[in-house]
Design a protein around this ligand. Structure first.
Ligand SMILES: Nc1ncnc2c1ncn2[C@@H]1O[C@H](COP(=O)(O)OP(=O)(O)OP(=O)(O)O)[C@@H](O)[C@H]1O
Ligand SMILES: O=C(O)c1ccc[n+]([C@@H]2O[C@H](COP(=O)([O-])O)[C@@H](O)[C@H]2O)c1
Length: 199
């Protein structure tokens, strides 16, 4: 099977992530998309607000109604910094018949050369790049070995981020319809992302 990996911090997961995954599935002819919430994200300068277990649970709730979407706890279980090379190596061992491609937003695409052991990773997995409103992909900035493995897909522009959602929640504003209803309920029940005084 052809698998797309939707990796992310998902702090929290929002409709932009889901529409990105669905667009990639459709346009890249993927059989399934596997969502993999990180433990510690490698290149983010702040630790996630919600615990790995809570971020995993929100992703599980967001994808459970789609039979072509799955959530994997592989990075949560491994703990520590979630390097994609470790995840792909483990997945290839576990599922030798599948091929894997990382789905990434165009904003993250510029960071690709800084990913851990990126040369090796690019031989083990492909990359599917999505356009995002606030960043235009500068393909010229990428080395040719990455350009060659990159497939670009289009998606309706969803100009939201988890950062914006956390800010809205901290400010007492609604995130209804920016996240799925079960995720909205989970955030409310667990009182996630409320105002705090150590920011
Ligand atoms: N609105 C969006 N449209 C398309 N892709 C997105 C969108 N938001 C996030 N992504 C992509 O989803 C993946 C996971 O992103 P992540 O979990 O860090 O979400 P984020 O909204 O960018 O979070 P934050 O604001 O906390 O940095 C990344 O590849 C990112 O580019
Ligand atoms: O392996 C790396 O060095 C690496 C560096 C940056 C990001 N990633 C992966 O890219 C995905 C999106 O990351 P983030 O930080 O934007 O949530 C997630 O699966 C990360 O593990 C991976």
């Amino acid at each position: 099977m052809k698998i797309g990996i939707m990796g992310g911090t998902f702090d929290p997961i929002h409709i932009g992530h889901l529409i990105a995954a669905e667009s990639a599935r459709e346009q890249a002819g993927l059989d399934e998309v596997w969502f993999i919430p990180t433990a510690d994200p490698p290149l983010k300068d702040r630790a996630p607000r919600a615990a790995a277990e809570q971020r995993y649970e929100m992703v599980r709730l967001a994808v459970e109604s789609n039979s072509r979407f799955r959530v994997l706890d592989i990075e949560k279980k491994r703990g520590g910094v979630s390097y994609s090379i470790d995840t792909v190596t483990e997945l290839r061992k576990q599922y030798p018949g599948h091929t894997f491609s990382y789905i990434i937003g165009s904003d993250r695409m510029n960071d690709l050369p800084r990913w851990h052991r990126i040369g090796e990773l690019s031989k083990l997995a492909g990359f599917i790049g999505l356009e995002r409103p606030e960043n235009t992909l500068q393909l010229d900035g990428l080395p040719s070995y990455l350009r060659e493995t990159l497939q670009l897909v289009r998606m309706p522009q969803i100009g939201i981020s988890s950062t914006e959602l956390r800010e809205r929640l901290a400010g007492g504003l609604s995130v209804r319809y920016l996240v799925t209803e079960p995720v909205f309920d989970y955030i409310r029940r667990h009182r996630l992302y409320g105002p705090r005084n150590d920011d």
